[in-house]
Design a protein around this ligand. Structure first.
Ligand SMILES: CC(C)(COP(=O)(O)OP(=O)(O)OC[C@H]1O[C@@H](n2cnc3c(N)ncnc32)[C@H](O)[C@@H]1OP(=O)(O)O)[C@@H](O)C(=O)NCCC(=O)NCCS
Length: 256
């Protein structure tokens, strides 16, 4: 019989370093008022040079497992959603698996930027529902500030670092995750991208000098598409789950 999957424990972690709007005012032409009125952000956490993604992913993961009340050996799968992995291989999911001692779990990464955690959640939900796995950990972990161009005021005010984790497992019928859907539109690739460092441009002195590894964003256009898509897919999922807008008590969107 199919199981519903639900979140049974959550955790989070972030670097202790903080970059405030006042700090950014000293680096680029911006103001606390501009940043706050458009994004609501007052400060963001920023990793030190010797800090990296799996450290925070593991801390968040350990907290989530503890709160779920399961033993770490019961995890069958760890999916780490990240676009800023420790290194190209092995996956950050595998590094977290070793770090937390999840000896019976597979570890892997999902590479879907801001949507990554939801992509991971959707995959894991269906694997639990169909009985392929019992307990899984989905970790969203990013050290984005290492790819931020601190001369570009259009991007440097938004991105910060941190990790969140959720343990998923079987739950009673009618509870847990009721409906999910993932969707992409690769035609908008250049609205937020980092051209350097991959197989297309590679990593050369030239790409480094050009800052090709930094994030480039068309914030205004992206904002419109993101908000429209989020609203459309949310309405679709409400209908699929058999609820109406009036039934919803809390919406937690992506922050930017
Ligand atoms: C980034 C974002 C806050 C910018 O707000 P916006 O109102 O769209 O701003 P625009 O890019 O249209 O720029 C408006 C003006 O502010 C300026 N500006 C941009 N960043 C600025 C900053 N940090 N401080 C002051 N002025 C800034 C621009 O240069 C522009 O000036 P101009 O009119 O003289 O050319 C907004 O577009 C956004 O939230 N986008 C979505 C980001 C997102 O979701 N990213 C995905 C994952 S993180």
């Amino acid at each position: 019989m199919a199981n519903n999957a639900g979140i049974i424990g959550m955790g989070h972690a972030y670097p202790s370093g903080i970059l405030t709007n006042a700090d950014l005012e000293k680096i680029v032409e911006t103001s606390d008022e501009w940043i706050t009125s458009r994004t609501g952000i007052k400060q963001r956490h920023k990793a030190a040079d010797d800090e990296y993604t799996s450290q925070f992913g593991s801390l968040a993961a350990k907290q989530a497992v503890e709160r779920a009340g399961i033993d770490v050996s019961e995890l069958d799968l760890i999916v780490c959603a990240t676009t800023t992995p420790d290194q190209i291989m092995p996956s950050t999911g595998a590094l977290i698996q070793a770090d937390i001692g999840a000896v019976n779990a597979a570890g892997m990464d999902v590479f879907a930027a801001c949507s990554g955690f939801l992509y991971g959640l959707t995959m894991v939900e269906s694997m639990i529902r169909t009985g392929q796995i019992r307990y899984a950990l989905v970790v969203g972990a990013e050290i984005l500030t290492k790819y931020v161009d601190y001369t570009d005021r259009g991007t440097c005010v938004i991105f910060g670092d941190g990790a969140g984790a959720a343990v998923l497992g079987p739950v009673e019928e009618g509870k847990g995750i009721l409906a999910t859907k993932i969707r992409s539109d690769g035609r908008y690739a250049e609205q937020l991208y980092s051209p350097g460092g991959g197989t297309r441009l590679g990593t050369t002195h030239q790409t480094i000098d050009d800052g090709a590894h930094f994030f480039k964003m068309k914030g205004n256009e992206l904002f419109k598409i993101a908000v429209r898509s989020m609203a459309d897919i949310s309405a679709e999922m409400l209908e699929k789950a058999g609820y109406k807008v009036e039934d919803v008590d809390l919406v937690i969107p992506h922050q930017a």
